[in-house]
Design a protein around this ligand. Structure first.
Ligand code: COA
Length: 185
């Protein structure tokens, strides 16, 4: 079962957060979180006016609890609001024997908590989870324009392996993406 926490995290400003696996029973917290992320940044796949189906998210969180590698994490603030989310999963869903050591992740935080150290903390939790579950290669994509994200990942030891040119079309402009990866023992 891929579960985590709850663990307390004290941000650089002294704010206290809770990091834990997403509980299907509070999926409603995800809706305002998704709306905020979509409005604040174009660095994820969250789009204004395109909310995810609650049933689909709830089903995913429920199913992932039973999966050894898939992990959905939430960051909650001291009001119980969801302010961060990270997901980790195998690179392929078919448990292929040649790629079983490869995992992927994505993460996002609402702007009001950027710079608290939560990005780094989430990344460390995901890396530890990878090690425990036999994953050695961790992959992700990050938009070239996403300076904060690129800095976070490079500081954490990820390497830029390539560029997916014009990988996204956002607000009338093409945007390139880096493919990044890290080997963990
Ligand atoms: C990318 C993201 C997860 C980083 O989270 P965060 O909480 O700000 O991360 P941290 O506080 O741990 O710090 C990240 C690094 O950014 C650096 N940073 C701070 N301000 C910065 C700036 N203006 N430009 C570039 N880097 C900056 C910090 O120095 C820090 O590195 P350091 O602590 O080693 O010095 C967060 O900004 C976010 O969710 N952004 C929107 C969604 C997104 O981009 N998701 C990732 C898609 S791949």
């Amino acid at each position: 079962m891929a579960v985590f926490g709850p663990e307390s995290f004290v941000g650089k400003s002294g704010r206290v957060f809770e990091i834990r696996n997403c509980d299907p029973s509070w999926v409603d917290l995800f809706i305002p979180f998704q709306e905020t992320i979509a409005a604040e940044t174009t660095h994820t796949l969250m789009v204004v006016g395109r909310p995810p189906a609650v049933e689909r998210v709830e089903r995913m969180w429920r199913e992932w609890l039973e999966q050894p590698v898939n992990l959905a994490l939430a960051v909650l603030d001291d009001r119980g609001h969801m302010v961060g989310h990270a997901i980790f999963m195998p690179s392929r869903s078919d448990d292929h024997p040649w790629t079983r050591h490869v995992g992927r992740f994505a993460m996002m935080l609402v702007r009001e908590v950027w710079g608290e150290g939560l990005g780094k903390a989430l990344l460390m939790i995901l890396e530890n989870h990878a090690k425990k579950t036999g994953i050695h290669r961790i992959e992700a994509e990050v938009r070239v324009k996403n300076e904060r994200g690129v800095r976070l990942y490079l500081n954490a030891g990820f390497k830029i392996e390539g560029t997916r040119e014009k990988a996204a079309w956002i607000n009338g402009q093409f945007e390139d993406e880096y493919t990044i990866a890290k080997w963990v023992e």
